[in-house]
Design a protein. Sequence first.
Length: 262
Amino acid sequence: MPIHVNDREISDAAVAEEVQHHPAATLEEAQHAAAEALVIREVLIQEARCQGLAPAPRDLGDGRSETEEESLIRALLDREVTVPEADDASLRRYYDNNRPRFCSPDLFEAAHIFFPAAADDQAARQAAKVQAQQAIAALQADPSAFARLAGELSACPSAKDGGHLGQVSRGQTVPEFETFLENLAPGQICPTPVPTRYGVHVVRLDRRESGRQMPFELVAERIAAYLTEQAWNRGVAHYIRILTARACIQGFVFAGADGQAR
């Protein structure tokens, strides 16, 4: 059943084409999200034309530019949605309430012995795990042998440096590796093999340097940009609610709305 926004129709084919841009857990959810996006777009374009706005597509770089409809929507929102600039008190209040967000990342100096195995090759992963367990057993007897074993066994280029990875921080390695690393004490060799999507590791943490609180002055501009973006998003959402409430929409109901499709 096609959707109508005032006197304009949104066809089932248009919704089907839009679905690819709205991944969801179920096809029904994706179809609803696609239909909602098209309804909102149509409402905005109709309002822009009603106000007499003319399309003026902007160059987006890399050989891309806005479509005429995108430029109409941008012009409309620029005209109708205003966002007050966050004052210093608001910036400082956000900083004080979210201090953990404004810390430099913890730094880890670590070394590893790497046994590669594809994530979908169970036989190879089991063999890599056994090799890692054997290396750990040898290191429990002689921890000073780490560099030698790394040179002999590790498939990582760091093998030539005794397995040393240098300084790493969260996000520079895969999450599963970081989880084990963060739970080690400096100087400790992980007592169990560390599996990742790339294979199995024997891991030693050499040093940890805790992240430091960044001063307000260093992050104030970032906070201002974030608060402005959030205020803009709220303003746009509020404006869209006004327009959709005013429009005659048939064949679609917004999620959370009471009653049937209207």
